[in-house]
Write a new protein. Structure first.
Length: 576
């Protein structure tokens, strides 16, 4: 806002504190300005301008903006803002916290907060939440209630509103945020949800006062299960990883800690943690109830003989699996976890919940093979066939059975409407099962790369494209690669290209009056036709020119680049 008063938000003591050299940077004005811009993950140019006027109010500081934008610690520049390098921004944030919280140096925090809110309003809601987390870290002594509420709200949004795309932001935010703020119930649950989605995540310790029970019950249905084995010998109950001895399996949430409530009949209940190793409890031959964190209860009946009844059930299940092996019968199973060595996966049979099998990586039908692709199968339901079974060792080996990939009657150039099935940073996946003539459960998906989303807008992260999982979108088939089993789709090619109209209307030398749509450090973008802007570089305007968005300018076309779909403008009158 050009008419803002030049307010001074910082005390001289805080300014001196922020001006101290950091890493290889020694310019005190740059350091003060960068220190007050360190909370947003992306710094809009409008925020840079207002913050410079507010914390460096003396005349002659305009050039500091350019110095900062070209500084070594600026990692990337875009038309709408810039980003600091991770290590440097962490140093800025810890220094800000040391000044405001540790030393209690003076600053108009309400004024700064208002300024940042106003100039980051155009960032996405999730990026604004990330800024709030960093602000709390930098300015609040006990930031844990604030950050826990933000993380908890994100979990509620993901679960209650079915917005798994927010996990992509969460994985990125975990890498950008100060490590100190990734604590509490909300962060613990959110980190586990990222892990389920195959996204990078930090290790978040179980909070000292535990995880909020309501939040945990809300999120647990989205988390996969792991299998634990148990064995009773008439005196003790032993629970741990599945072995030949502990051969009766129970499913528990695949989280850490793995808490179980064990209650022998006639005795007090005990809460045990299985994440640190096996446990052994004295239970005798009485009935036992075992409840997991989901609230599921497994009941083991009392017994008098040598073999507990659950192991008799296991023997019957193994006999049935042996029969299906010999008949090469297919069956349904759930992938519960990967092996520690990455050699394969452990599956639990739907028809025999207490039995598990080993699915070798070579038989998992994952191409091209990577351990990350293998991990993505965890939690999914697949079709398998037994290929080896040793009843004495209780060892079952299976292979995955999957329909051969096909595009049916789909051809390059076809257009159809299909549901969005997932969103990732490099694109969105759309189901083409119905368009190819197959049932929806065939789960055939094509990729709309982020460069094929829009003619008029660039998406560095396709997850920000305004569609939700399940929305119907119109796409065109632009490539079918049968060897790599992939279909490439386009949304923008179902729409008219604004460049086509602009290139037909304008030639080099044409004079035009157009409106500025965006001001950037290197110039201004002007709307030539709806959806297409041309660049007026700062070098093509009189020195010292300043124009705001919305200003009408009379310009001349000096270059039309048909290959790159770009057009350049000038304020200089011809001839050139």
């Amino acid at each position: 806002m050009a008419n803002d008063p030049h307010l001074n938000y910082l005390s001289s003591a805080l300014r001196d504190w922020l001006a101290q050299p950091l890493a290889d940077e020694t310019d005190p004005d740059v350091l003060v300005l960068a220190g007050m811009l360190c909370t947003p993950p992306i710094i809009p140019y409008r925020l840079l301008r207002r913050m410079r006027r507010s914390v460096l109010p003396r005349p002659g500081t305009l050039g500091i903006e350019g110095v900062l934008c070209s500084a070594w610690f600026v990692e990337s520049l875009a038309t709408d803002g810039f980003v600091f390098a991770p290590d440097f921004v962490y140093g800025l944030r810890t220094r800000l916290r040391a000044g405001l919280v540790g030393r209690d140096l003076g600053a108009d925090r309400e004024g700064l907060r208002r300024l940042i809110d106003e100039e980051t309003a155009e960032l996405s809601p999730l990026l604004r939440l990330e800024e709030r987390l960093c602000w709390a870290y930098g300015t609040v002594a006990d930031f844990s209630p604030t950050v826990d509420k933000i993380f908890t709200d994100v979990v509620c949004t993901i679960v209650q509103e079915n917005r798994p795309q927010a996990l992509i932001w969460a994985a990125g935010a975990f890498a950008r945020l100060p490590r100190e703020v990734i604590v509490g119930s909300g962060a613990w649950v959110l980190a586990h949800l990222c892990g389920v989605a195959g996204l990078p995540r930090p290790t978040v310790d179980w909070p000292e006062d535990g995880v909020d029970e309501g939040l945990l019950r809300m999120a647990l249905p989205l988390l996969p299960d792991a299998l634990l084995g148990l064995h009773r010998d008439g005196e003790t109950l032993e629970i741990g990883t599945i072995t030949r001895r502990r051969r009766t399996a129970i499913a528990v949430p695949a989280v850490s800690p793995k808490l179980l409530t064990v209650e022998p009949e006639g005795r007090d209940a005990q809460v045990v943690d299985l994440s640190t190793g096996p446990v052994r409890l004295e239970v005798g031959r009485s009935a036992v109830s075992i409840q997991d964190m989901r609230g599921r209860t497994y009941r083991l009946a009392a017994f008098t003989g040598a073999v507990p009844p659950e192991e008799s059930v296991m023997d019957e299940a193994l006999a049935e699996l042996d029969r299906r092996w010999r008949e090469r019968a297919e069956m349904e199973a759930t992938v519960t976890r990967s092996t520690g060595t990455g050699s394969g996966l452990i599956v639990s049979f739907t028809d025999f919940p207490g039995c598990t099998g080993f699915l070798p990586a070579s038989r998992a039908d994952v191409t091209p093979f990577t351990h990350r692709r293998l991990e993505k199968l965890v939690g999914s339901t697949i079709r398998v066939r037994v290929i080896n079974l040793d009843r004495s060792l209780q060892r079952v080996v299976v292979e995955r059975v999957r329909m051969r990939w096909s595009t049916g009657n789909l051809a390059v150039g076809d257009e159809f409407e299909g549901p969005v099935v997932s969103k990732v940073n490099f694109g969105i996946f759309v189901s083409f099962s119905a368009a190819a003539g197959f049932a929806d459960d065939f789960k055939l998906h094509g990729l709309v790369h982020r460069t094929e989303l829009s003619w008029t807008q660039t998406y560095d992260n396709a997850a920000t494209y305004p569609v939700e999982i399940g929305d119907m979108v119109r796409v065109r088939v632009i490539e079918i690669d049968a060897d790599r089993e992939r279909v490439i789709l386009s949304i923008k090619q179902t729409q008219a290209d604004p460049w086509t109209r602009a290139s037909q209307l304008y030639r080099v030398g044409d004079q035009i009056t157009a409106r500025i749509t965006k001001a950037v450090p290197f110039g201004w973008f002007l709307e030539m036709v709806k959806g297409f802007d041309a660049l007026l570089h700062i070098s093509e305007a009189p020195e010292g020119s300043t124009f705001d968005a919305g200003t009408q300018l009379t310009v001349w076309v000096i270059n039309v680049d048909h290959e790159q779909h770009r057009m350049s403008l000038t304020l200089r009158r011809p001839p050139w």
